[in-house]
Design a protein around this ligand. Structure first.
Ligand SMILES: [Zn+2]
Length: 292
């Protein structure tokens, strides 16, 4: 493998690619939101934003999610105490973060499209229109029926606010009456996340053809694949497809930004620029260089 060039040489190289690109395809995973400060592995953030749940022995948002992954009758009121708080903290409270705003400025003048596994709504808040967004893993801002009886998605802001407001601060339990129910069939409502085969994906997959069309059109010009913080949790959604696009495309470069796993297969070594550096740093330096 060739040695990686110095950091600022790589930034300069990507800035040049940006200048010449006809299409920019962004692929974003959890690492981008972590770089934006919404870091599920950060104990300090957890202590600051979820102090009451520290009493349960939980140290990070990630541990909280794992410990409250599936709702069951025995734990439903605690489950919703955690999830309502989590959704409010991550999906609704934060404004658009600086990292996502930088990304938006970076691509605003280019024809672009976004595929992301992130469900925190940051792309929308930063000004990316729903016409350029494909979010196949779901949306923290929506609930669905847990059976599901139909393909409907329900905005959940009011429901999570209500649960949080009425959560018992000592017991960390929501009230029975606040446990959300499907307005269509009366069963429970659930988070709209790709978790198992109950996931209501129809409304999200409606965006898939637009994504496919964008990739197809990009074959007529120069494509920059900008992959940010995509690891190996669900590599079949962004990471591997981006590698395949880079392989098959006549004029594409894959820019892979990932603190833990920035490596690329040897077959696309010559069509890739990799960054082990923090995505926030890389995006800011890129923006500065381009606006220079
Ligand atoms: Zn239902």
């Amino acid at each position: 493998m060739k040695p990686t060039p110095p950091y600022f040489e790589r930034v300069e190289a990507v800035a040049q690619l940006f200048a010449g690109a006809d299409f920019v395809l962004i692929g974003a995973g959890a690492g981008l939101s972590a770089a934006a400060g919404l870091d599920y592995q950060d104990p300090t953030l957890f202590t600051r934003w979820y102090p009451q749940f520290s009493r349960l022995g939980i140290r990070t948002i990630w541990e909280g999610i794992v410990g409250h992954w599936a709702p069951e009758d025995a734990n439903r009121r605690r489950f919703w105490a955690f999830w309502a708080h989590h959704i409010l903290r991550i999906r609704y409270d934060p404004p658009a973060t600086a990292v996502y705003l930088a990304l938006r400025r970076l691509v605003a003048a280019k024809e672009h499209f976004v595929i992301t596994t992130n469900v925190d709504g940051q792309f929308g808040k930063a000004g990316f229109g729903s016409d350029v967004l494909f979010t196949p893993q779901g949306d923290y801002g929506k609930f669905q029926c847990d059976r599901p009886c139909c393909d409907s998605l329900y905005d959940n802001h009011t429901l999570v606010q209500q649960m949080v407001a009425a959560t018992d601060p000592e017991l960390l339990l929501v009230r029975d009456v606040d446990v959300p129910r499907c307005p269509a069939c009366g069963s429970y409502l659930e988070r709209n996340l790709r978790r198992d085969d109950h996931f209501v994906e129809g409304p999200h997959l409606e965006r898939q053809p637009a994504y496919a069309r964008f990739v197809e059109r990009s074959f007529s010009g120069r494509l920059l694949l900008l992959e940010l913080g995509v690891g190996f949790n669900t590599p079949s959604i962004i990471r591997w497809p981006f590698e395949r696009i880079a392989i098959g495309h006549p004029c594409a470069t894959l820019v892979r930004v990932n603190r833990e796993a920035a490596e690329v297969p040897e077959t696309i070594g010559g069509k890739s620029i990799i960054f082990h550096e923090d995505a926030a740093l890389v995006l800011n330096d890129l923006l500065r260089t381009i606006q220079g």
